[in-house]
Design a protein around this ligand. Structure first.
Ligand code: FE2
Length: 260
């Protein structure tokens, strides 16, 4: 199976580059399944129903999120209605929607997507490792799903790498999101799981992790917020990871994607 994961789509610059490049990419790479992290798609904070529908129309089959999952309140009821959008898996009980789901890819095979969130330098969520373990026990690779993708939305590369090795041999791919900068460690782990600490973002990189530079610099240098963060509006770059799986659902190939 041929799978593309797109890193955090940030604001209009991110949405525009994805709209310009993704449909062609799906055809030329003969992609079976596309996942995108969309938690920053609505002007940097959260996602709306309209933006989610735009991404689905472009060929995205599953939208993952992270710490900004609930920034746009209108998305809360949508999460219960449309399981193509995942909220983080390890939220306290009672959160709307799902943090993992089984989908059908274009080639007819099944893909389980799990969206855990890290806890290092993040809020105090439930244990992401236990949450992923529970999903994998309920739906093992090769039995319940033909491919499994874990989007580990976390700040610390150590926690992401630990998740990679924790899942090695049990999932097709563990990819990090949230840092908004692609890491240079694409690899296939010893037991066959594709791994990269962070997929990067789909955004204007003439920015501070996707945001217009002025306000972040202001906050670092003066320790005084003056305005809200707003996404940078220059030309975007599309970053992600392409993975091809073998008959066991493990990775035979991983290629970082960077367009723009
Ligand atoms: Fe995030």
């Amino acid at each position: 199976m041929r799978i593309l994961f797109l890193g955090d789509i940030i604001g209009k610059a991110g949405r525009d580059i994805v709209a310009a490049e993704l449909p062609r990419f799906i055809e030329t790479l003969k992609l079976d399944f596309v996942i995108a992290n969309g938690e920053n798609a609505a002007h940097g904070f959260g996602i709306t129903r309209a933006i989610a529908n735009e991404l689905f129309a472009l060929g995205v089959a599953c939208i993952t999120t992270g710490n900004h999952w609930a920034d746009q309140r209108e998305i809360l009821p949508v999460l219960d209605e449309d399981d193509r959008i995942l909220r983080p898996r390890n939220l306290p009980a009672g959160a709307p929607g799902k943090g993992a789901n089984l989908y059908q890819a274009r080639n007819g095979q099944s893909v389980l997507v799990i969206a855990p969130m890290g806890r290092v330098f993040m809020d105090a969520y439930d244990d992401p490792f236990a949450a992923v373990d529970k999903e994998l026990n309920a739906c093992p690779l090769g039995e319940g799903a033909d491919a499994i993708v874990v989007d580990m939305h976390a700040e610390a590369t150590s926690e992401k790498m630990a998740m990679g090795h924790f899942c090695d041999g049990r999932v097709s791919m563990v990819v990090g999101s949230h840092q908004h900068v692609p890491t240079a460690d694409a690899q296939i782990l010893p037991n066959g799981t594709a791994y990269q600490s962070d997929a990067g973002a789909c955004c204007d990189y003439d920015s501070v992790i996707g945001m217009d530079k002025f306000e972040p610099i202001q906050r670092f240098t003066r320790k005084m917020p003056t305005n809200r963060f707003t996404p940078a509006t220059g030309p975007g770059t599309m970053c992600g990871i392409f993975v091809e799986t073998n008959t066991k659902g493990l990775a035979s190939r991983i290629d970082p994607v960077r367009i723009g």
